[in-house]
Design a protein around this ligand. Structure first.
Ligand SMILES: [Zn+2]
Length: 474
């Protein structure tokens, strides 16, 4: 069904002969060839573009091998489980998990055909609750482009979710091998994370960061995809990079941030100024020493990225310090596992409370999120409120937090740099702690302009830029 639709769309766009050869390419070649051919033939036809995007993402984990094909077994019991066994020569063969088992409800629900997933919006056209619980595979074919299944039953009508055409039995689904063996389904977590480009961070200390620190040229970052990707990749791996040659214009940090994604507006404004002011509402706006911390932990969703652009810096002092909190988590877990457990389970209190505002949020210091293969740290001493714990839990928490702080404050785990005008630091606020030493405001001026971007915007840009690179678009 997918093959026929592809052919129809492509025929409208480029004529039948070309369409046929394109389709052959789609089926037999690797992603880059398909994309390049389709883009050259037709850059505007939406249907074709949508389809090649689909195919590209489905094949992102690697193109199917032509020979030999995986063997497939459909269980004849009530489970109807579909087991797929790629041969040793296949791209998808994994010695530690040679067989992938897929559930038939999951398969029907995730049919990728244009009747089930809208070709241009890429959104599902039915609800999971419509899949009959006793649906079964009535026949199957193992094809070079994927596994074709024919279904014993149509979809059910549930509430407003109804479609007479889909209530018929006999729907055919074609699952590209890259979809069922690569990115989803019965694949191991680490493989799924990899296809989402959510690979493990590289933990660093002072020695490593001195060697790996990225000073990226502003023009390269703003005007080339390669430059942008360099910065994004460093953010993913190390949680920070620096730009140099940024024009020292007041709102330039906005352009710098919007290269990644739209700004996160907070009650500090779209952008904010870090300079010493009288009667400051925030310790950042004084000349005092400001210890390692993260921003906005008293909000439900603290921003994932922070940018700080140096416009002026002629004062003695005011050095920036960065520290990889994930490194501190790793060391705590190895050396004091009981304290690691306490910080994973005990809520700390963060608040921002003065004349005009009252924000408040309780969260644990260490958050391990296996659903999203993510680690998050919450550490911000200046913004801690009184703990809201039973008295008997206090001592254990204070001991654990003190041990954690012991790693955070170790100079051999910190990277120091005094920002010069025209430099901008970009860092992951939920991973890399930042600090500033005290400075003397009577001996010159210090002015940084900052803003925030949500981590989702970064991940989005990183994945799409990586994919574009893989497809040979730059
Ligand atoms: Zn379908």
């Amino acid at each position: 069904m997918l093959r026929q639709t592809l052919l129809n769309h492509a025929t409208k766009a480029v004529g039948r002969t070309t369409a046929k050869s394109l389709l052959q390419n789609i089926v037999s070649s690797r992603t880059t060839v398909v994309t390049k051919t389709l883009l050259t033939k037709n850059t505007t036809f939406q249907g074709v573009r949508a389809i090649h995007t689909t195919r590209t993402s489905l094949f992102a984990a690697g193109a199917p091998d032509q020979h030999p094909l995986p063997t497939v077994n459909i269980a004849q019991d009530k489970s109807g489980a579909v087991t797929v066994h790629p041969p040793k020569e296949s791209n998808y063969y994994r010695p530690h998990q040679p067989t992938t088992t897929l559930n038939s409800l999951w398969l029907r629900d995730n049919c990728p055909c244009p009747d089930c997933i809208h070709p241009s919006t890429r959104q599902k056209l039915h609800a999971s609750s419509q899949v009959p619980l006793d649906i079964a595979v009535s026949s199957h074919r193992v094809l070079p482009e994927g596994l074709e299944l024919t279904w014993s039953k149509g979809l059910d009508d549930v509430g407003d979710w109804e479609d007479p055409a889909k209530a018929q039995s006999g729907h055919k689904s074609l699952y590209p091998w890259g979809m069922i063996l690569g990115s989803y389904g019965g694949t191991p977590t680490e493989h799924r994370a990899e296809t989402r480009m959510n690979h493990k961070p590289i933990l660093w200390d002072e020695t490593m960061m001195k060697e790996k620190v990225l000073w990226l040229d502003y023009d390269e970052y703003m005007n080339t995809n390669e430059g942008l990707l360099k910065g994004l990749k460093h953010l993913q791996d190390y949680g920070l990079f620096f730009l140099k040659g940024v024009p020292t214009k007041d709102q330039e940090v906005v352009n710098t941030a919007e290269r990644i994604g739209h700004l996160r507006h907070t009650f500090y404004g779209k952008t904010w100024d870090v300079k010493s002011v009288p009667n400051a509402k925030n310790v950042a706006y004084t000349n005092l020493n400001l210890g390692l911390h993260m921003d906005l932990l008293y909000m439900e969703a603290p921003p994932g990225l922070q940018l700080l652009h140096s416009l002026e810096n002629s004062v003695p002092g005011g050095t920036s310090i960065f520290m990889d909190s994930f490194k501190a988590v790793q060391l705590l877990k190895q050396e004091h596992p009981e304290d690691y457990e306490i910080l994973k389970t005990t809520p700390n209190t963060f608040h921002y409370r003065n004349a005009d505002n009252h924000l408040h949020y309780n969260r644990t210091t260490i958050v391990v999120d296996p659903m999203n293969d993510a680690l998050t740290v919450n550490y911000a001493p200046p913004f801690q409120g009184p703990l809201e714990l039973p008295a008997e839990q206090m001592a254990g928490f204070y001991r654990a937090l003190r041990r954690f702080a012991g790693y955070i404050e170790r100079p051999d785990l910190q990277f120091r740099h005094t920002m010069r005008p025209g430099e901008c630091m970009v860092f992951a606020n939920r991973r890399v702690l930042h600090a500033r030493t005290a400075f003397d405001p009577t001996k010159g001026n210090r002015h940084l302009k900052g803003c925030y971007v949500d981590l989702d915007m970064f991940k989005d840009k990183y994945r799409t830029t990586m994919l574009a690179k893989a497809e040979g678009k730059f």
